[in-house]
Design a protein around this ligand. Structure first.
Ligand SMILES: *[C@@H]1O[C@H](CO)[C@@H](O)[C@H](O)[C@H]1NC(C)=O
Ligand SMILES: *[C@@H]1O[C@H](CO)[C@@H](O)[C@H](O)[C@H]1NC(C)=O
Ligand SMILES: *[C@@H]1O[C@H](CO)[C@@H](O)[C@H](O)[C@H]1NC(C)=O
Ligand SMILES: *[C@@H]1O[C@H](CO)[C@@H](O)[C@H](O)[C@H]1NC(C)=O
Length: 473
């Protein structure tokens, strides 16, 4: 036993060292919840997790992708909020001047500040940074799975599905341009045309199930006051700290707008020395947590309806894998059946889907979900939590389910590997492995959800409110 002690000491030293570095290297760009950029989020992972070594006799035979759209411009409603902030800041500064207090310690950018998006009338579209994220993702996926993407393009072999919302469909197009670049005859990039299909917005229960689900809409509305109440004390505390530091009478609404501005500046403009610099790292941690809580309650594990309404999508994923297995068993030649199903949608699609396959849980929480037990809310910093919006659903965030066929002598012939933001991720429903025998994935992870019916969940009277996460924080 004794010879193990030195290594433990070294290990502890190592952890302390990493933590102190983390303080110094605090980068607000990693704390922007769902406004986090993909390149920042992609490589933040559970560093203790060691992915499985997949037997090199196993080959990928099918891939399911569920991706959120890339980086987008602020929506119209948020553009208005920023215009209002501009007026409000000028009012606060004027008050200071009238009281003949000095403005000298107030950040210079605040005087005469105008929204960088002033005069922009439309919002919410995919911006060029977002196009690049999706285009490059397409290129990387083809490089990573050459066996899956060597076939000649056909819409039945590589179906690309998106919602009718333009930032999602533009994301699908940018992805396809990357995936099929060099494979066609169009222009210098030798691009090729490909089909991108959508259901009507009013009936898209596969990718915009939240928009068609009456019970979910009612749940969201009913939770708004609860979420506001949860955030209020924290915003209040930060408002007072900031008011004291800058001698400006900030309200909780101002703090909320300034945090929103910080997220947009840091994410879209790569500017962190303005609105973001008003907040200390520990204040950013709290604001990030508040965002993560809201995400958890309204779109994540906070309420089973949030993810159960995604059953049509989960069903589609399982069926696509079964079809690929059948084609394989029937000895069909590659190129005569579907190799990948590629979907482009929203945080409201990706998050529920991640919950349906049980990501971001610890083992005991997975059991709670199966028993319809509510989970505790993610704990307040400095306590650690698994649920971070920045990694769960950043811009261009994605899950890939890769189906492998392995030699017959193995205990199972087909395996599913789950990649989140392109990295293998632990499946608490499958003994914390990233690779799961297909039958186990289907029976243990998917089946408990698939016994529910979308129409019954969404459009019938029910007592959904009872399943809300416990209120204690
Ligand atoms: C079967 O293959 C999977 C995937 O590579 C591997 O994880 C597992 O250990 C193998 N099982 C046996 C019994 O060889
Ligand atoms: C801030 O508010 C307090 C009380 O609410 C008031 O006494 C003070 O004059 C205000 N300061 C400024 C700069 O507006
Ligand atoms: C963003 O700013 C950082 C410095 O804060 C710089 O290192 C990085 O290259 C910038 N990124 C882009 C895309 O301009
Ligand atoms: C499975 O079969 C392959 C050859 O097809 C062989 O190389 C391998 O050792 C076998 N694995 C097991 C676990 O029997």
């Amino acid at each position: 036993m004794s010879f193990q002690k030195p290594s433990l000491l070294i290990f502890l030293f190592f952890i302390v060292k990493i933590n102190s570095n983390a303080e110094e290297n605090f980068d607000v760009r990693q704390h922007l919840c769902t406004v986090t950029r993909y390149h920042v989020a992609k490589d933040i992972s559970e560093n203790s997790f060691v992915p499985s070594n997949i037997n090199d006799q196993c080959t990928p035979i099918h891939l399911n992708l569920v991706a959120r759209h890339g980086t987008r411009a602020p929506t119209k409603k948020k553009l208005k909020q920023l215009e209002a902030l501009s007026t409000r800041l000028q009012f606060l500064l004027q008050n200071v001047e009238e009281e003949k207090k000095s403005l000298h310690n107030i950040p210079a950018w605040l005087s005469g500040w105008k929204s960088p998006w002033k005069g922009k009338h439309k919002g919410g579209e995919l911006i060029s940074e977002g196009e690049a994220e999706m285009y490059e993702l397409g290129i990387r996926i083809r490089e990573k799975f050459p066996e899956l993407f060597k076939e000649e393009y056909h819409p039945d072999i590589y179906p690309i599905k998106t919602t009718q919302i333009s930032r999602a469909s533009a994301s699908a197009v940018a992805f396809g341009m990357g995936l099929f670049s060099g494979r066609g005859n169009l222009g210098l990039g030798r691009h090729r045309a490909f089909a991108v299909t959508s259901e009507s917005r009013a009936s898209d229960i596969m990718l915009r199930f939240h928009d068609c689900c009456q019970n979910y809409k009612a749940f969201r509305k009913s939770q708004e006051p609860f979420v506001d109440k949860l955030n209020k004390p924290l915003l209040n505390e930060i408002a007072q700290e900031l008011a004291k530091r800058w001698s400006l009478n900030f309200t909780t609404q101002d703090i909320s707008s300034l945090w929103f501005l910080c997220k947009q500046e840091a994410s879209l403009l790569n500017t962190t020395d303005r609105a973001c610099a008003l907040f200390s790292p520990s204040q950013v941690d709290l604001l990030e947590w508040a965002d993560d809580l809201e995400l958890f309650i309204l779109k994540g594990y906070g309420n089973s309806l949030n993810y159960r309404m995604g059953v049509p999508l989960l069903e589609d994923v399982i069926q696509s894998m079964e079809k690929a297995i059948n084609a394989r068993e029937e000895g069909l030649v590659p190129g005569s059946y579907e190799m990948a199903r590629l979907r482009f949608a929203h945080a409201e699609t990706l998050l529920p889907f991640s919950c349906l396959i049980g990501l971001f849980l610890d083992g005991s929480e997975f059991e709670l979900i199966l028993r319809e037990h509510p989970l505790q809310l993610p704990p307040k910093p400095p306590q650690k939590r698994i649920w971070h919006g920045s990694t769960v659903a950043p811009f261009a965030g994605n899950n890939m389910l890769v189906l492998y066929s392995c030699p017959d002598n193995n205990s199972s012939k087909y395996f599913v590997q789950v990649l989140h933001n392109e990295h293998p991720i632990r499946l608490p429903g499958c003994e914390n492995s990233d690779v799961c025998p297909f039958e186990v994935f289907k029976e243990r992870i998917a089946a408990p959800h698939l016994k529910h019916d979308y129409t019954a969940l969404c459009n019938m009277e029910s007592d959904q409110t009872e399943q809300t996460a416990s209120v204690t924080v």
